[in-house]
Design a protein around this ligand. Structure first.
Ligand code: HPA
Length: 275
């Protein structure tokens, strides 16, 4: 939960980061499950392991790397999280979204998010890319719960366009130019860590979801609160077909994400260049 101590946490974190990286930051990027290699496209200037950064949580999942990368992508100054925090790992929402607040305080005006997700829309195929146009938040806690940090944003932030329409249009045009097919749809965020039952996949489809995953929405809410522009993409790593459901493993999810990752990297790189 957010408390008034947050401001002193931010100061300590920023003091530490600024000892190692004094450059500007324009864009924040969060690399999702199986998508950490997008970091290879960044001309790195500095890297900081999460476990040394004051008030940063420590990453627990092996498929995530756990470091903050400062450098250039598409000619812009970026900071990327290689490895994100999930609610199912036991972190609270304040911890999960803490790095996003730090990105904004470092100067980032735009946030790019990526994730692996299961398809609810049965026209989607394994490895498909989907631009997130909207979300449904079924996570059990809201990252803005607690005192409002008035210096960062309003108590009741608007959510009429949490994913920036201009960025969506730009990404759509870029994908078309590069010949990369992309879907556009609604992301449903659930707690996990178990995948869905057949009845749950059916339910999530009925309520309007195109894909389902365990991340992204908390970061999106916090970024919107602070007035950042948000763009997010999912990679379809499994198909939640209630009438033909096959068991999936984390290994398969990571494999499919890895395979599709170069396409996502291209779109992100061009999008950052055009910001
Ligand atoms: N459900 C929830 N989260 C996921 C899935 C899924 O099918 N695939 C990847 N993340």
């Amino acid at each position: 939960m957010t408390t008034p101590e947050a401001y002193s946490h931010f100061r300590e974190t920023l003091d530490y980061i600024r000892r190692y990286y004094k450059g500007e930051v324009e864009v924040g990027i969060v690399l999702g499950t199986g998508l950490g290699r997008l970091a290879e496209a960044i001309e790195k200037e500095h890297q900081l392991a999460y476990n040394f950064i004051p008030h940063f949580p420590i990453s627990t999942v092996e498929s995530h790397f756990g470091r903050l990368i400062f450098g250039r992508l598409g000619g812009k100054k970026v900071v990327a999280m290689q490895g994100r925090f999930h609610y199912y790992e036991g972190y609270n929402m304040y911890q999960i979204t803490y790095p996003i607040r730090i990105m904004k305080l470092l100067g980032a005006h735009t946030l790019l998010l990526s994730n692996a997700a299961g398809a609810l829309n049965l026209t989607y195929k394994l490895g498909d890319l989907m631009i997130i146009t909207d979300h449904i938040n079924l996570l059990p806690e809201n990252p803005l719960r607690g005192v409002n940090l008035d210096q960062l944003g309003p108590r009741f932030p608007d959510m009429s366009a949490p994913y920036h329409p201009e960025l969506i249009a730009k990404a759509r045009a870029i994908a078309q130019r590069l010949g990369i097919p992309v879907r556009e749809g609604v992301y449903v965020a659930v707690q996990g860590p178990n995948l869905e039952t057949r009845a749950e996949y059916r339910f999530l489809r009925i309520i309007g979801g195109d894909v389902v995953g365990m991340s992204t929405v908390p970061e999106c809410i916090i970024a919107n609160h602070m007035g950042m522009r948000v763009f997010a993409m999912s990679i379809v790593t499994d198909i939640g077909d209630p009438d033909n459901l096959k068991p999936v493993s984390l290994e398969e999810i990571i494999h499919v994400a890895n395979e599709a990752e170069p396409k996502l990297t291209q779109i992100f790189t061009h999008l950052v260049a055009e910001l």
